[in-house]
Design a protein around this ligand. Structure first.
Ligand code: ATP
Ligand code: MG
Length: 351
């Protein structure tokens, strides 16, 4: 069976380094590996509207930002179809049919949705569309018969939900849909990168992000004010590396070459950690190093992004073409789904 990727992001703002290590960096690697027959990258505007329905301008404006971030990190429209979710009504249609295969109780049990409901303070007023977004995500994944979904850890429950829907559909109707696998980063620190405030997840909604489009000065400022180990007060104090955000970021970003270039007195991250734990290593020094490591990776992204910013027509064309291509595939799957569900009334004799 050919390998197909579907993944995406909600256009609720610019993308940040959590998205980068959790999914974008891996996507670019997979794109360039040549192992995938098709790659679909979705800008999930319909999903973003489920909790931003009263702020459509935010979603509209963020489409450009996300597209620029994609091009900046090296996603290549020649190799990947980059498309806009709402422009493919086939996805909404699939959602309608999949809704019959899922209970409300099952949706309410989804731990990611649960914590998002809390974060958004919906309490008893959960928009039905928001509660159902995991079903819409199942449509997105299955419409492209995706085998592989490279995402961050918070998406695990969505993938489980999708697999359940696939199994149920195939069992009741016909074996049309493909069960996808989640592809998580093998680097533990990349699964759910914490925010600069040390909170569990870097998230657009929490305002604790380093954005891919931040200037060099902005990155430096954010790194300087980052959360470290609150018990590490004097340089001579022994420090903790666990739960210390600066070290988590180094885990996600630092390469041995970075040490040769920017901190040659250490061979690698293990040596640096050991010194911090022993005491005698100040936060200023590790933050300076982290800043250099981040710049090494972010500055080419920033430069590429700036180049594409000059050519909005290219971005519109890329999104149009990507959407057309994605729509063709989704329409084919929807036809198969309708046939399996016996609602393909006008494709032969009805009675
Ligand atoms: P929102 O607050 O609007 O939900 P978000 O920052 O959570 O935004 P999404 O668009 O929901 O971003 O997620 C896009 C992708 O990035 C998903 O694959 C998700 O798992 C991954 N991701 C998001 N935040 C992180 C993070 N902090 N660490 C690792 N991966 C992340
Ligand atoms: Mg999210």
């Amino acid at each position: 069976m050919e390998k197909i990727i579907l993944t995406g992001d909600r256009p609720t703002g610019k993308l940040h380094i959590g998205h980068y290590v959790g999914s974008l960096r891996e996507r670019v690697r997979l794109q360039n590996s040549g192992e995938y027959a098709k790659i679909f990258i979705m800008i999930a505007d319909a999903q973003a509207l489920t909790d931003n329905f009263d702020n459509p301008e935010k979603i509209r404006g963020s489409i450009r930002e996300v597209a620029l971030d994609y091009l900046g990190v090296g996603l290549d429209p020649k190799k990947a179809s980059i498309f806009i979710q709402s422009q493919i009504p086939e996805l909404t249609e699939l959602t309608m049919y999949y809704m019959n295969l899922v209970t409300v109780a099952r949706l309410q049990r989804n731990p990611t949705v649960k914590s998002e409901i809390q974060m958004r303070k919906f309490e008893a007023n959960i928009p039905a569309g928001f509660l159902c977004y995991p079903i819409s995500q199942a449509s997105d994944i299955t419409a492209f018969k995706a085998t592989t979904v490279p995402v961050g850890e918070d998406q695990k429950p969505m993938l489980e939900q999708t697999r359940e829907i696939v199994r149920k559909f195939n069992e009741i109707y016909a074996p049309v849909l493909v069960e996808p696998d989640i592809l998580l980063s093998s680097n533990k620190s990349c699964l759910r990168l914490p925010g600069t405030d040390g909170k569990a997840k870097m998230s657009k909604s929490l305002g604790n992000c380093i954005y891919l489009s931040d200037t060099e000065e902005e990155v430096a400022k954010k790194v300087k004010s980052m959360y470290t180990d609150p018990t590490h007060i004097k340089v001579s104090d022994p420090g903790n590396v666990e739960g210390n955000t600066v070290f988590t970021y180094l885990d996600a970003f630092a390469k041995d070459e970075d040490f040769k270039k920017y901190l040659p007195e250490y061979e690698n991250l293990d040596e640096l950690k050991a010194h911090y734990k022993r005491g005698g290593l100040g936060d200023v020094k590790i933050k300076k190093f982290l800043n250099a490591v981040l710049e090494e990776e972010l500055s080419p992204i920033r430069e590429r992004r700036k180049e594409y910013e000059k050519d909005p027509a290219f971005i519109v064309e890329m999104l149009k073409k990507g959407t057309e291509k994605a729509k063709e595939t989704a329409a084919k799957t929807l036809d198969e789904v309708k046939k399996a569900m016996r609602i393909d009334y006008f494709s032969g004799d009805l009675f």
